[in-house]
Design a protein around this ligand. Structure first.
Ligand code: PLP
Length: 242
């Protein structure tokens, strides 16, 4: 390690402590256990070197949003001491022609945004004899810029998607509108309610709720998130936790 790595490593460790404290505080306010919230470090903007430093700072779970960058990171980290237990999740838009780059290599795909994509992932997993753990992405806020099932579309498709043999649906994922805390809260509580409705309809436990990013993860934890996806607040020294 050179001096730069050392000071960045110290930042990562200190910041991680602050993030975990905030998750604990938010969980306590909601009468939840912080142990039920898994923070994922979104490494899409950093190099494998920084992932390695983050691993040393205590992070175990990482998120990538592009299959090609995922492949690059996995190749760079292969055989690195201490990286055997790393977990990578796919959190971004997944094109059908990239599915094979992702299945079998990630722990969880957060971004199943349509019934077509669910079918395509299932078919490719079946061909490989595997079952992929996935979340269904819901566009709870209704913003046109966001991908995912509409809540009505999800309710309509849920039973068919849940029955696909190549995927296991563990829960839901959403993204909140940026820069509006009240809208974020409504989005996260909406996701929780949607999951409840889907449980009734599918009989699936749907225990995983992936929501909350750097700007709104405490609100997400207060509203029931079990998986927060944190990029800038983990890796960016210029990002001030609010
Ligand atoms: C980049 C990204 C994040 C992390 O966002 P930050 O605001 O940097 O914490 C979370 N989820 C998805 C899907 C992303 O693409």
């Amino acid at each position: 390690m050179d001096g730069l790595d050392e000071s960045y490593g110290a930042f990562l460790m200190e910041r991680r402590g602050e993030i975990l404290d905030r998750i604990s505080g938010a969980a306590a306010r909601a009468g939840r256990s912080a142990a039920d919230v898994l923070p994922i470090a979104v490494s899409k903007t950093v190099t494998a070197r920084e992932v390695l430093l983050a691993r040393r700072a205590g992070w175990r779970a990482f998120g990538e949003n592009r299959p090609q960058e995922l492949s690059r990171k996995l190749a760079a980290l292969e055989g690195e001491p201490g990286c055997e237990d790393l977990r990578f999740d796919m959190i971004g838009n997944l094109q059908k022609n990239k599915i094979n780059q992702v299945i079998g290599r990630v722990t969880l795909i957060h971004s199943i945004s349509s019934a077509h994509l669910a079918e395509a992932v299932s078919t490719r997993c079946q061909a490989r004899g595997i079952v992929a753990d996935v979340l269904l992405e819901a566009n709870v806020s209704g913003e046109a810029s966001k991908s995912g099932f509409s809540p009505e579309g999800l309710l309509a498709a849920a039973e068919d998607v849940a029955a696909l043999p190549g995927i296991r649906v563990l829960g839901l994922m959403t993204m909140a509108p940026a820069g509006d805390a009240e809208a974020a809260r409504r989005t996260f509580s909406g996701l929780r309610d949607l999951a409840e409705e889907l449980r009734g309809r599918t009989g699936l436990p749907l225990e995983t709720l992936s929501c909350g990013m750097s700007d709104d993860f405490e609100i997400a934890v207060e509203e029931g998130s079990t998986l927060v996806r944190l990029g800038r607040c983990v890796f960016d020294q210029g990002y001030a936790l609010r």
